[in-house]
Design a protein around this ligand. Sequence first.
Ligand code: NI
Length: 267
Amino acid sequence: MNLTCEDIFTELWNQYSKLNPEASKIQKLLSSQSQQKLLNDHVAFRTFNLSRFGIDHLAHSFKQLGYEAKGEYHFDVKKLYAQHFEHSNKNLPKIFISELLLEEFSDDFQKIIQSMGKEVSDASLAQEGVSFSGTHWKKSYSNYKKLYSESPYGAWLYAFGFCANHFTVFFNSLDNFKSLQELNDFLKNNNFVLNSSGGEIKGSPEQMLEQSSTMAAEIEVVFEDGTYKIPSCYYEFARRYEMAPGQLYQGFVAQSADKIFESTNKI
Ligand code: NI
C-alpha cells in the first residue's frame, strides 16, 4: 500500500467528519456560498512525547510524501511542544503536530499514559496510515477523568488517539467574506458555537494570522466502564496576511494556538 497525500487527507476527513458532524455541515455551507474551491490551511494532530509516539514519529509518513519541518512552538502553561510542516504544493494543507510533555505531569498521569503506550505494537505505529489509526489501547472513563483534571488535551488524546484533531478552513480561499469577524457572525447566525477563550478572534493582522474555531461538540464514546459524552473535534478558520507582496505568512502564533487548544474543553 502506498498512500498518496490525497488518500491520507480523504481518510482523515472521513474519520474527522464522523467525530465532528458539524464540520461537513459548515464545509457545505461555505462551499455553497463561494465560487472558489475551499482549501484547508492546516490539519492538526496531537501526540504524547513517549519514545515511540513523538512528533517525529507522526510526521514520518508526511515527510515521506514531501512535507518539510518549518516552525517550532512552545506552550509552557499547557506543557506542549509543537512543529509545523509544509509541502511544496501550496494547495496542500500544512501539518501541525503538538506533543504533550509527559515529564511535567504527576506520577499518576504518567503511569496511565506509559501503560497505555505499552499496549501499542511497533507494527501499528509503523503503518503508513498511523495518522488516522485511532486508539490502540483499552480506555476507561475513570482514567479519562483523571487525565482531564490535569490536561484536557491529554484526556482528548487518550480517548481519540491518532486522528485529525481539527481541520482548518483557509479563509483566504473564501471569496464572500470581508473579514474573519464576518465569517464568525455568519457561523453564529447558523447556530454554531465558537470558542471565545481569549476573544473569538485570536491573533491580528500585525501578527499576520487571525484564527477562530468552533467549540468541539460532545459525542458518545465507548469506554471499558461505560459510554460517556465527551468533547470531540472542532473546526478552525485561519486568515493569513502578506509579509511581503504576494507572500503570505505561513507560520503560527503560539499565543493564539494556546487558546485554540481549549476548543476541546468541556463547555
Ligand atoms: Ni489549528
